[in-house]
Design a protein around this ligand. Structure first.
Ligand code: PLP
Length: 394
């Protein structure tokens, strides 16, 4: 009999909302290129524009500020490319906890990159930012709104003030924040911001870059005049229809976050009862309600994840965007977490489907693995002590 599955990896990808899946299926059954002027084309255009309005509403931006892309990663690449080509950016200041889509794209841009450090809670150090901004050269600062591993929320509005005061521009990755906290494009003071459909119950393979009205822009993908000449290529109408519905529902769902915060707190409390030495990363920082990143010494995250998986529980060891690759987390490294503890760390990211009963199952399974591991460590230590004693007695 297959075990009942419980999914705790919403930060990697959230389940597609049934309403979004239905919108995708409906759109796929219709023919029409949104650039065509006939009725079929106009219907497809209507779906794209409806989605644009919903995505804009989710982040409190204007529909005309939304540029649809194929994913969050493309949006990050597009933003950085445009910053260099159209905005006269001469250098980049990239926070140490940015997602690889920003880090790798920044590294490949051919401009000097300076890393903005974070404190041990995983929050960007604004006093260092102020110093870094004093250096010559127009800077683009990349700082995410909420981190995908810890959930730590970053002081974006304050960073925007510092950045603008120094004549720089601010790029904000809101991929994890959207739908999990209020995202106000204008209120935050971001110049560009991006989101991704599959973190909010839309399909994988759709994203959006929000570009402040009036900001000069240079496309990365050239061809037709789609997306107001900012991103060529026939729009993925079905995916965008799903993205739009997911954005609408995510906005209506924000109240769900207080239930998830209670669930997350119950999880952390129960884990700490079992292991008083539990370390919860970013615990003292403002955090997304759905995210918990934690470790107990002695555990091995890879083995732990496999054991939990066998018990029907899906969790991850941190950023799962490049799953399969088990690399040391650059986020934990930036927070100065030692290697042993980093290796024991797993991430639980909750979503609206999760229940208290599922959390209890997770705690029970995690506790079993911890007990097994620590019993083994104890008997290995007892064995080592006994043989050391025998050696002395000889
Ligand atoms: N930014 C963050 C914080 C993410 O967590 C992810 C995906 O995990 C991305 C960007 C990339 O988004 P996408 O998967 O749509 O390329």
């Amino acid at each position: 009999m297959t075990k009942l599955r419980a999914y705790f990896d919403h930060n990697a990808t959230a389940p597609v909302r049934p309403e979004a899946a239905a919108a995708i299926a409906r759109a796929l059954m219709l023919t029409g290129n949104p650039s065509s002027v006939h009725a079929e084309g106009r219907r497809a255009r209507h779906m794209v524009e409806e989605a644009r309005a919903h995505v804009a509403a989710l982040v409190h931006a204007k529909p005309a500020e939304i540029v649809f892309t194929s994913c969050g990663t493309e949006a990050a690449n597009l933003a950085l490319h445009s910053a260099k080509s159209a905005l006269g950016i001469e250098r980049l200041i990239v926070s140490a906890i940015e997602h690889d889509c920003v880090r790798a794209s920044a590294a490949a841009l051919g401009l000097p990159v300076t890393e903005l450090p974070v404190d041990t809670c995983g929050v960007a150090d604004l006093s260092v930012l102020a110093k870094l901004l004093e250096a010559p050269g127009k800077a683009l600062v990349a700082l995410m709104l909420a981190n995908n591993e810890t959930g730590a929320v970053q002081p974006i509005a304050e960073a925007a003030v510092l950045t603008h005061h120094a004549g720089g521009l601010l790029l904000v990755d809101a991929v994890q924040a959207a739908g999990r906290m209020s995202v106000e494009f204008d209120g935050l003071g971001a110049d560009m911001l991006f989101v991704s459909a599959h973190k909010i119950g839309g399909p994988q393979g759709a994203g959006a870059l929000v570009v402040r009205t009036g900001l000069a822009f240079e496309p990365l993908i050239r061809g037709g005049g789609q997306e107001a000449r900012r991103r060529a290529g026939t729009e993925n109408v079905a995916a965008l229809a799903g993205f739009g519905v997911a954005a609408r529902l995510a906005r209506e769902d924000v109240h769900e976050m207080s239930r998830l915060a209670d669930l997350r707190d119950a999880l952390e409390h129960a884990l700490r009862e079992v292991a008083p030495d539990l370390v919860i990363f970013g615990e003292d920082a403002p955090r997304l309600a759905n995210t918990s990143l934690f470790a107990a010494s002695g555990l091995d995250a890879e083995t732990l994840i496999m054991a939990l998986d066998l018990d029907g529980l899906a969790v991850s060891s941190g950023s799962a965007c490049s799953s399969g690759k088990v690399a040391r987390s650059h986020v934990l490294a930036a927070m100065k977490v030692d290697d042993e503890l980093a290796k024991a760390t797993i991430r639980v990211s909750l979503g609206s489907g999760n229940t208290r009963e599922e959390v209890d199952r997770l705690v029970a399974s995690w506790s079993r693995v911890l007990k097994r591991t620590r019993d083994k460590m104890k008997s290995a230590k007892t064995g080592a002590d006994a043989s050391a004693l025998a050696e002395v007695e000889h």
